[in-house]
Design a binder for this molecule. Sequence first.
Ligand code: AMP
Ligand code: GLY
Length: 423
Amino acid sequence: MKVLIVGSGGREHAIATSVARSPKVEKIYCAPGNAGIGQIAECVPIGAMEFEKLAAFAKEKEIDFTIVGMDDPLVGGLVDVLEAEGIKVFGPRKNAAILEGSKAFSKDLMKKYHIPTAAYENFDSAEEALAYLQTAKFPIVLKADGLALGKGVLICNTLEEAKDGVASIMLDKKFGSAGNRMVIEEFMTGREVSVLSFVDGKTIRIMTSAQDHKRAQDGDQGLNTGGMGTFSPSPFYTKEVDEFCHKYIYQATVDAMAAEGRPFKGIIFFGLMLTPDGPKVLEYNARFGDPEAQVVLPRMKNDIIEVMEACVEGTLDQVELEFEDNAAVCVVLASDGYPVSYEKGFVIKGLEKFEQAEGYYCFHAGTKQTEQGIVTNGGRVLGVTAKGKDLKEARANAYAATEWVEFENKYMRHDIGKAIDEA
Ligand code: AMP
Ligand code: GLY
């Protein structure tokens, strides 16, 4: 079959790598893709938000199955546009992708269906939000309602900081229209875990757990980024936590969406906080995490196409997911200065070392093919992933492999997965 993947990051490279392993697949296209994806797929210069062009391309090439990797096109309704053209597509429709697209929606859903999450209030105006803060407890968490590249969350320690935060979200529109509404919620403490799942509208199948490192610098210092590295599984995701989440969170979310007339088909990413009062939902995403996909998918034994087709067809109850009994660590190689400002266009050397290395992957995020070779083309450049028998070995392998590639202004964190050694 012919598969089209929509997106251009490390996550889409990881998806493409899994798709390429499926014996059912003869050809992969990616729109717009990147230099690494271009080694296993044909990249086409159509942007992820160019819905009509994507639909026309899929029809012209007689694409059998389309996978939408990114949040923006999902929230914007790409799946609906493709389905209207009779194209088979994996991902939630617009009315279900709102689970990620509006934090106010997802908080109201959790409240209505008694799914554990932080206490909160939604606000449509800065005046009301500011008035509410007068009686609030600190620290407190402010969230822009809409998509903000993972940056629309502010943790405020004092009333002054929170007032400034409300102003930047709702008045200065720091995150654009994402800040037309906002959520103010209770600050929670605990370990964070990312759990990804496949969903077919009724049935949910949970993947192995992972954990992201969002801050730019070692020791979880510095600014929030899209993610500087991940490991899988999380040792904090115990059998007890898993049982709790199955009982109160996973199926409850799928049932809630169905009950609201918004059946969810695709990936639900549960951002969980393991609080002293038990696991609670920090956020939902409607797609694979980036870079969570880079540690979860290499460990998945199933044919990804079979699982995704079951989601589209509503037959996921007949599928059991299987993961390797090992671990994986992904270290992001970024451009120095990310996430603020950084230079691009430096030649990347050593990529060929990954070609023959079993259990090692170099997922491209911001790269571009030029006449000089493959060059850096973004803040997050590569995601170097390695497997190992346990997290310690995977971590050692991943850091060894970060030395195989060189480019000017290469920057990485040195403590991805480190806390787990001490656990
Ligand atoms: P989100 O985009 O909602 O996952 O938020 C981004 C990050 O902000 C999370 O990964 C947490 O580290 C932090 N965060 C979000 N909500 C809360 C909360 N209620 N309490 C503490 N930290 C939070
Ligand atoms: N790594 C977090 C995310 O993809 O949202």
